[in-house]
Design a protein around this ligand. Structure first.
Ligand code: UDP
Length: 242
């Protein structure tokens, strides 16, 4: 049963950066005001009747690939990165509670005192009860990213769409931060994203969505109400399909 004219269930991919502040000195870690803003956006979607699962990144604390370049063994660096996502997941759970939304964290790396382990059927049960499920620790495997974890979980929970919420309001033909003539796509295919290296998500994540016919939408999390408009059937940001 669809309670609104939009989606029944969405998987929202939030980068760690989405929780950090925009001021230069606040780009590391979690900014309380930014966190609160993100949680209010999620609450708006839940209140409209759409179920929300979240995959959270960890880049505001640690990125395995960058750390491995400075000498930490890649697999170890990736585990540190995955643990960073657990910190963000706990913050989002708490932030949601403060705006009146119940949430559960499920970690791909079991960490029993602080979160449930990832159990697909339990995640589905929470979602059906209107709780937000926050998937932490990515896929649980080094050499992957939380973008790939988002594609995987979206398929596993039969999400209607994977929403990548970033600080940019869609997919552009070049970087809008450096090129003033960059134009935004309304719609683009998975193959075009891969061939033109449009840098929305890593190739593994895009290919997994393509192979599972999982539509994707890229939108800005800092644009108030954009997520809710999208979840209730509006055309926001950029749509990626086959
Ligand atoms: N990571 C990993 N396996 C996964 C997901 C994440 O090893 O399945 C590690 C990887 O080191 C990555 C870090 O966790 O750099 C943080 O995740 P990501 O870079 O995807 O976060 P985001 O860019 O979305 O903030």
């Amino acid at each position: 049963k669809t309670p609104n004219s939009g989606f029944r269930r969405i998987l929202l991919k939030l980068s760690g950066e989405a929780l950090a502040g925009s001021a230069e000195d606040k780009k590391f870690g979690i900014d309380a005001k930014t966190l609160d803003g993100v949680c209010k956006e999620i609450a708006g979607v839940i209140e409209s009747g759409t179920q929300v699962a979240v995959v959270i990144g960890g880049g505001n604390f640690f990125r395995g690939i960058s750390a491995s370049e400075s000498g930490i063994e890649r697999a170890t660096a990736d585990y540190i990165g995955m643990l960073a996502t657990v910190m963000n997941a706990l913050a989002v759970q708490q932030g949601l509670k403060q705006v009146g939304i119940e949430a559960r964290v499920q970690s791909a790396i079991p960490i029993s005192p602080v979160s449930e382990p990832y159990v697909r059927l339990r995640a589905l049960k929470h979602l059906n009860l209107g709780r937000v499920v926050i998937f932490a620790a990515g896929t649980g495997n080094p050499y992957f990213t939380t973008d790939t974890a988002a594609s995987l979980r979206a398929a596993e929970i039969n999400a209607d769409i994977l929403v990548k919420a970033t600080k940019v309001d869609g997919v552009y033909d070049s970087d809008p931060a450096t090129n003033p003539d960059a134009t935004r796509y309304e719609q683009v295919t998975y193959d075009e994203v891969l061939q033109k290296r449009l840098g929305v998500m890593d190739a593994t994540a895009i290919a997994l969505c393509r192979d599972n016919n999982m539509p994707m939408r890229v939108l800005s999390i800092s644009e108030e109400g954009a997520l809710r408009r999208m979840a209730t059937g509006g055309s926001v940001g950029t749509l990626i399909t086959s």
